[in-house]
Design a protein around this ligand. Structure first.
Ligand code: ATP
Ligand code: MG
Length: 562
């Protein structure tokens, strides 16, 4: 078993109790409903990039299959050629893999089943269960009625089976214009469930499909294609989001009429996150209208955006687990997602020293040309990560915030006359503040105590503060992208137009000064910039042009930490 699979299994085993889907599965296994077989699927439509909500569904479908020693398929629900694209297919494959899941040889496309779907539709016509309707789209919605008022039957409802067969074949052959005819199920216009009122099965669309090209000009509707695809793949538990609950009678109706293998549809509440929009249409709008740099902009809730931001697969899987499987819609606080990545990175991220707002420090009693390579710990949480060398010299940068000329009580960092520890280096004492004509501090002068090498005194003298630093001569300038939330309020969808809630200051680009260790940082590596936050080297980062994206702060102090 490969490592990621066994990790996921371990995660599954550590779960405290069964969720309601697992309860259904265990009951099915007990009664032998599917011969104890568990087969799920993740069915994205390739019309956008996957987001954190999809990640929840991926973890649920693949995780459940793994737990019950079953299988999970990846199936592209590609029945709407107008909006779908191969770029999306590729990104979905990459993202599901990156999350750590494996569909083995079971990657399918609903379009693989177009012929079978067509044949089944012919069967429905032959059984008198479907008819060709010539009403226009407006008429159809007029005739549909309302939830409290029954609909009106289409005047075409009683066409003969022969006529329906002939028209359906001619629809397929491209004899009719788009929108002029559809194939509808013959169920009844008086159903209290609007989805059961003679719903559409096939429509005409002259669009090039990314897989079938121009072979088809009729395309199956989602409700029909989905249940039949599930059945063909012999899915046992078809897990989907709550809005499909009202579609379930139709899901069942098609499969009952066709007398084919009948999977059980089970609905759970979709994941909603505060400060986040999750609709693909809106995410596309953010991309197209250039509010962000692309689908993988680190502010996007897409899996590719989170990856670029520095989220790890483990942190996302853990988040999905913590969120749980609910039966009712709710909104999860985005800080839970941030908590999960912090928790993971704390254990794993390489620590480094980086200065974001530099203040120059001259160590007046340190030899001009001396450079010492000092030992620094890579991660105190994980001894196996070892140590590295950090160069120390006479001129340093520290964080501007770590110095105050007139400090309040309890300010334990640097101020005139005060002594602090430079992490891994020495105790220093501030002796002088140098200012320019405007009274702005340009540098500070300090003396160091050579007896405190490594940051510890030999005489038992203690200091209250420890600050980080970089050597001016050795540090490297890098770009730091500091992200704030993309929306200014918890529920971006509360406005008529969600775009009015966009935070236009969600990206601050800063120059930072990093220790030379980061020079050869590989894109996508996670770091903890000590005392600042978690950062990840951007995919476009190189030794000539280092770029780091802030994943999150060190603590959940978003409001204070902006
Ligand atoms: P569309 O409006 O384009 O259908 P969608 O978000 O439903 O958008 P799909 O590609 O159809 O996108 O989704 C694939 C799977 O992911 C579906 O099973 C869907 O139920 C699930 N899914 C989508 N969004 C969420 C979410 N926010 N939380 C949990 N599951 C989700
Ligand atoms: Mg969908």
């Amino acid at each position: 078993m490969d490592k990621s699979k066994s990790n996921i299994l371990k995660e599954e085993e550590n779960k405290p109790s069964l969720n309601f889907i697992e309860q259904i599965i265990e009951e099915d296994n007990r009664t032998g409903k599917h011969n104890s077989r568990v087969h799920t699927r993740f069915p994205p439509e390739p019309n956008g990039y996957l987001h954190i909500g999809h990640a929840k569904s991926i973890c649920l479908n693949f995780g459940t299959a793994l737990k019950y020693n079953g299988k999970c398929n990846l199936r592209f629900d590609d029945t709407n050629p107008a909006k779908e694209d191969i770029e999306y297919v590729d990104s979905i494959i990459e993202d599901v893999r990156w999350l750590g899941f494996d569909w083995e040889d079971r990657m399918f496309y609903a379009s693989d089943y177009f012929q079978q779907l067509y044949d089944f539709a012919v069967q429905l016509i032959k059984d008198g269960k479907a008819f060709i309707c010539d009403l226009s789209a407006e008429q159809i919605s007029e005739y549909r009625g309302t939830p409290t008022k029954p609909g009106i039957e289409s005047p075409y409802r009683n066409r003969s089976i022969e006529e329906n067969l002939d028209l359906f074949e001619r629809m397929k052959n491209g004899e009719f214009p788009e929108g002029s005819k559809i194939l509808r199920a013959k169920i009844g216009m008086d159903s209290p469930n609007m989805h059961m009122r003679d719903p559409a099965i096939y429509r005409i669309k002259y669009a090039n499909h990314h897989r079938t090209g121009d072979k088809w000009c009729i395309y199956p509707m989602y409700d029909y294609a989905h249940c039949v695809s599930d059945s063909i793949e012999r899915i046992t538990h078809s897990i989907c989001t709550l809005e499909f609950e009202v579609h379930r009678p139709l899901y069942d109706w098609f499969l009952d009429q066709l007398k084919v293998f009948h999977p059980q549809q089970i609905e759970f509440a979709r994941l909603n996150l505060s400060y986040t929009v999750m609709s693909k249409r809106k995410l596309l709008q953010l991309v197209e209208e250039k509010f962000v740099s692309g689908w993988d902009d680190p502010r996007m809730p897409t899996i590719s955006g989170l990856r670029r931001r520095g989220y790890t697969p483990e942190s996302i899987r853990n988040f999905a687990e913590k969120v749980g499987v609910a039966k009712r819609d709710n909104i999860i606080d985005v800080s839970l997602l941030e908590f999960c990545v912090r928790e993971d990175l704390n254990k794993r991220a390489q620590r480094v020293m980086t200065v974001l707002n530099p203040l120059k420090v001259v160590i007046t009693n340190y030899p001009d040309d001396l450079v010492e390579e000092l030992d620094a710990i890579n991660n105190p949480e994980d001894e196996t990560m070892g140590k590295r060398k950090v160069p120390f010299s006479k001129v340093l940068y520290i964080e501007h915030d770590d110095f105050m000329e007139n400090p309040p009580k309890k300010f334990f960092r640097l101020s005139p006359g005060a002594e602090v520890r430079l992490r891994y280096a020495y105790y220093i004492t501030c002796t002088e503040v140098v200012k320019d004509q405007n009274g702005e501090i340009t540098e500070i002068h300090c003396t160091y105590d050579p007896q405190t090498k490594g940051g510890y005194s030999t005489d038992g003298r203690k200091v209250m503060g420890t600050i980080h630093w970089v050597s001016e001569k050795h540090c490297i300038k890098a770009k730091a992208n500091i992200y704030d939330r993309l929306f200014i309020n918890e529920n971006p969808d509360d406005a008529e137009d969600f775009r009015t809630n966009i935070n236009h200051n969600s990206l601050e680009v800063k120059t930072c000064y990093v220790e030379p260790f980061l020079l050869n940082s590989k894109p996508g590596t996670n770091y903890q910039f000590e005392r600042i936050g978690y950062f990840c080297s951007d995919k476009d980062s190189s030794s000539e042009n280092l770029i780091f994206n802030r994943t999150t702060g060190l603590r959940d102090n978003w409001a204070k930490n902006k």
